[in-house]
Ligand binder design. Structure first.
Ligand SMILES: NC(=O)c1ccc[n+]([C@@H]2O[C@H](COP(=O)([O-])OP(=O)(O)OC[C@H]3O[C@@H](n4cnc5c(N)ncnc54)[C@H](O)[C@@H]3O)[C@@H](O)[C@H]2O)c1
Length: 351
């Protein structure tokens, strides 16, 4: 199968690696409007053809089975629509769009084109997380009552991923004019998808977004006005309550997602961290352990990546999750957080 990539920045190398690992799948061609990023990418594989725009790539390449959209958030909609208009399957990076109304347009376009559509909510690839979802859905531990979901990064307070003040790939993430909804839109989408897919839909939300202006107001063309983190209080439709938070100043955490779900008959915990934990370890407290405060550790093996699921979906013509509809659902939560913060109110997600 022949796959293309639009946007050859930071995450595109992961797409190259993950798609090329799949049997009989190859990245055939890529494009980027930034010549330097394109040239650097092409050094990784001399057999890949490179183009300076999506239009040029679609004009010259006729045999794609699907395309990955790995451009910054503000280009997701227009580029994905062009790909769908060409009748191609689309694998889009998260967040699906900049807002819910654009996300809905993308869902409609995918439905009209009848093409496979997927959003790259990466952390679904944890087998421990998938087991947690399965256990909750089975009802064996009763009903969810209380949820704590946190996503911690520290690229504003550590140099593990480089210096945010010097690189475009971090600066656009700090600027609303460059199409970013800050931490909320960038990584908040992951932690909302994580919580909602496991526990159920959110009914009401109250959010507090925070921008640390003391880090500076501008760097070059970038106005540093996007939120650097948020906290939110949520009420789920099934009666559970919870907190969902995310920050870029969690010193000591490069990239950690932690989800605690307390149910009427047990507790579940996953902690995904780049270095300290495995994505396959699920912690569970149930049965006789409940009164002893003891937790068992389940090793959950491996599960398919989103890249594999995209290819499987194309082969079987059955759209696996997470699809554009899920991306749009999460986008609605993001919009609701902004509305809640701006008006200092609880927001009913479904109104
Ligand atoms: N799923 C994940 O866990 C994950 C991780 C990192 C990034 N992302 C997402 O991936 C996207 C890209 O992030 P990144 O860190 O790679 O950004 P980046 O800035 O490093 O790379 C984006 C690339 O897109 C190119 N580009 C911009 N407009 C273009 C256009 N019109 N046509 C072709 N190329 C264009 C840029 O020149 C740049 O090379 C973002 O939406 C981000 O949220 C997802």
């Amino acid at each position: 199968m022949k796959i293309g990539i639009v946007g050859t920045g930071n995450i595109s190398l992961k797409h190259l690696h993950e798609f090329n690992k799949i049997d009989k799948v190859k990245i055939e061609a890529v494009c980027d409007t930034n010549h330097s990023n394109l040239s650097k990418f092409l050094l990784h594989d001399k057999s890949i053809r490179g183009y300076s725009s999506l239009e040029e790539m679609l004009y010259k390449e006729k045999n794609f089975d699907g395309i990955s959209n790995t451009t910054p958030d503000r280009f997701h909609k227009d580029i994905s629509l062009k790909i769908l208009e060409r009748g191609l399957n689309i694998f889009c990076e998260k967040p699906l769009a900049e807002n819910f109304s654009d996300a809905k347009i993308m869902v409609k376009a995918a439905q009209k084109a009848k093409k496979i559509n997927m959003v790259n909510f990466t952390y679904r690839e944890s087998s421990a997380y998938q087991k947690l979802v399965e256990i909750i859905k089975s009802g064996d531990l009763g009903v969810p009552r209380h949820v704590c979901a946190s996503y911690y990064q520290s690229w504003l307070t550590s140099n593990k991923w480089g210096n945010w003040q010097e690189e475009d790939k971090w600066l656009w993430r700090l600027s609303t004019k460059h199409g970013s909804n800050g931490a909320l839109g960038d990584t908040g989408v992951h932690i909302f998808d994580f919580a909602v897919n496991a526990v159920g839909d959110i009914d009401k939300i109250f959010a507090d977004l925070k921008t640390y202006y003391d880090k500076g107001k501008n760097i070059g063309e970038y106005q540093l006005d996007a939120n650097d983190g948020f906290t939110s209080l949520v009420r789920f439709e099934n009666g559970a309550i919870g907190t969902i938070t995310n920050t870029r100043v969690a010193t000591g955490h490069a990239n950690s997602l932690i989800l605690d779900v307390f149910l009427t008959k047990g507790g579940l915990k996953v902690e995904l961290d780049e270095e300290r934990t495995k994505w396959s370890t699920l912690h569970i407290c149930e049965n006789e352990n409940i009164n002893k405060m003891q937790w068992d550790t389940l090793e959950c093996g491996t599960v398919k990546t989103n890249y594999e699921k995209f290819i499987d979906s194309i082969k079987t013509k059955k759209n696996l999750q997470p699809d554009f509809n899920q991306g749009a659902k999460i986008q609605k939560i993001i919009d609701s957080c902004i509305k809640s913060n701006d008006n200092n109110i609880w927001v009913d997600i479904n109104k």
